[in-house]
Write a protein that binds this ligand. Structure first.
Ligand SMILES: [Zn+2]
Length: 335
């Protein structure tokens, strides 16, 4: 990346009210045909704010995990089961009923559409293998690890085609790494590397404390005054072939010095709280970035948001994009 402190978002932006119900996570589509138009608007919002690494705002996804899975064979969306997601909340999820496979590319056409909208570097987000298996009921493989490896192969095929479509950074979302530490270390990080195998574009993993929904804010209240979850997986991630680690750092109880454990990696530092409607000031963003600079070299610091902004109002999300870019400009000028 040529720009110092290149800004980006973790992924999602609010959807227009004609596409999905505003401020509602995972709202059903109102107008499926409007996804590409919404993508144009999301790009426009990012470019106007000055975001350097542009995404699609996840306008093409109803849900960050299940929309990808909807396009796979072997998963029955009619056969639903209630499971506990990330040990935190119950959700009705589809069932794996046979061998999983990807009959055709899922997001590649959308990525081409995004590529044609901007000359800036672009980032595409996909779910990570461990987060995928945690959002399903498995009645076929009977093994979380086996199913994760199957998904890793499928993700890798999709990622290679996204790279060929001109995507500069492919990001895998793995919030499950912040919950299932033993599994993450036993096979989760390895499955993630399998998903990223052979890619020459940059790769990222996003590990967060989730959207600002009640199940997550209630969970955070149980985590105590210091959130040290990252400490459990960072040594393995540091040793992995993943280039960028995307983290929640602003207004959270994550001790910033944990970033020291991934020294050498590029770090997408979350400097925007997505669980609050209060728009950060540029100075607040700058403070978080300065704090992070104690543990990550300036050429490896990528200012970002803690997580996606899908559940926020468009007005608030735009304000936060502006604040992020303004805060990054302040610190850039100091370097
Ligand atoms: Zn997130």
């Amino acid at each position: 990346m040529k720009t110092l402190l290149p800004t980006s978002t973790a992924g999602s932006l609010p959807k227009p009210s004609w596409l999905a119900t505003p401020e509602t996570l995972w709202s059903p589509w109102k107008l499926v045909a409007g996804k590409r138009d919404a993508l144009r608007l999301a790009v426009d919002d990012q470019l106007r704010a000055g975001i350097d690494i542009v995404g699609d705002g996840e306008q093409t996804r109803q849900h960050f995990v299940t929309t990808f899975i909807e396009h796979l064979d072997g998963v029955d969306f009619e056969k639903r089961q209630t499971v506990r997601i990330r040990d935190r909340y119950d959700a009705s999820v589809p069932t794996v009923v046979g061998a999983v496979s990807r009959p055709k590319p899922v997001f590649v056409e959308d990525a081409r559409f995004l590529r044609a909208r901007t000359d800036q570097p672009i980032k595409w987000t996909l779910p990570g293998p461990m987060t995928m298996i945690d959002t399903l009921h498995d009645a076929h493989y009977q093994s979380r690890e086996k199913l994760a490896w199957e998904f890793a192969k499928i993700l890798n095929a999709e990622a290679r085609e996204l790279e060929a479509a001109g995507v500069d950074i492919i990001q895998f979302d793995e919030p499950a790494f912040n919950v299932f530490f033993d599994e993450a270390n036993d096979w989760g990080v390895a499955a993630l590397e399998r998903a990223a195998e052979g890619l020459t574009c940059e790769t990222a993993v996003h590990i967060c404390y989730g959207y600002g929904i009640k199940a997550n804010t209630d969970w955070k209240k149980t985590l105590g005054s210091e959130w040290r979850q990252y400490e459990r997986t960072f040594p393995n991630l540091q040793a992995s072939r993943i280039d960028i680690i995307s983290l929640e750092c602003h207004h959270s109880n994550v001790p910033m010095d944990l970033i020291e454990l991934i020294r050498g990696k590029k770090v997408m530092v979350g400097a925007i709280d997505v669980a609050s409607d209060v728009i950060e000031t540029p100075e607040e963003v700058a403070d978080t970035l300065r704090n992070a600079l104690r543990f990550v070299d300036a050429d490896k610091l990528y200012p970002s948001t803690n997580c996606g902004m899908a559940p926020l109002s468009r007005h608030v999300a735009r304000g936060k994009l502006d604040a992020l870019c303004a805060g990054a400009r302040i610190v850039r000028a100091e370097l």
